[in-house]
Write a protein that binds this ligand. Structure first.
Ligand SMILES: C[S@@+](CC[C@H](N)C(=O)[O-])C[C@H]1O[C@@H](n2cnc3c(N)ncnc32)[C@H](O)[C@@H]1O
Length: 203
């Protein structure tokens, strides 16, 4: 893991926190509902951001929500009242989770592995803390495989990374497999660019 890059991206998200709720309107509530329909039991949300998922947490869950950006977490703290369940917010890096193996029944991330500096390490960590029969639920935008759009996303990526802290050309499905997570289902929500990926811990 590159500590310097992690600090740079964290700082960028502290800045992005100021306007993130406006950007976040690009993610329809229906996608978030689909994600959270699948969550059960002890839930870990990684990269909670400003708390956009709080209204969708299902009753009956116990949620621990982490983010490495104090700026994003400060905004999330102001929205805790929108959650219908108890939420424990913690400042933590998904690349080094401070939880024991198999601590959670469900691990959720929405639009996070486009930003994590070492996405495979972060995915390996969620693979570790999810119990073997548990569920890993990811909503992620990925690089298009279209022969025009893919290279265009590659060309624009440095700009988006600089201004927002996010990569628009990550091959997240391949990263999920590299991390050892077994994919059960993959749904395309917007062309083949936005995906709901449901999996469980693998070897
Ligand atoms: C695009 S925002 C998504 C926020 C939220 N999940 C949502 O759906 O609105 C990405 C979030 O991931 C967080 N993040 C990025 N890398 C992280 C890391 N290594 N550890 C923890 N959080 C991280 C950022 O701080 C940011 O809050």
């Amino acid at each position: 893991m590159d500590r310097k890059l992690t600090e740079i991206i964290k700082k960028r998200y502290n800045r992005t926190a100021l306007f993130y709720d406006w950007m976040d309107r690009m993610i329809p509530d229906e996608w978030r509902r689909r994600v959270w329909r699948e969550a059960r039991g002890r839930v870990l949300e990684v990269g909670v951001g400003t708390g956009a998922n709080f209204p969708f947490y299902p009753p009956g869950c116990q949620v621990t929500a982490i983010d490495f950006s104090p700026g994003m977490l400060a905004r999330a703290r102001q929205k805790l009242h929108l959650a219908r369940v108890a939420v424990a917010l913690q400042e933590m890096d998904v690349q080094h989770l401070g939880f024991a193996d198999a601590s959670f029944d469900t691990v959720v991330a929405t639009c996070v592995f486009c930003t994590v500096p070492d996405p495979v390490q972060g995915l390996q960590e969620i693979n570790r803390v999810c119990r073997p029969e548990g569920k890993i639920i990811l909503l992620e935008h990925v690089r298009s495989e279209n022969r025009l759009l893919g290279p265009l996303m590659d060309a624009l990526n440095p700009l988006v990374l600089y201004f927002v802290g996010s990569n628009i050309n990550r091959r997240t499905v391949a990263n999920v497999k590299k991390a050892g997570i077994t994919i059960e289902r993959e749904e395309n929500l917007a062309g083949n660019i936005v995906k709901l990926i449901i999996g469980h811990p693998g070897g």
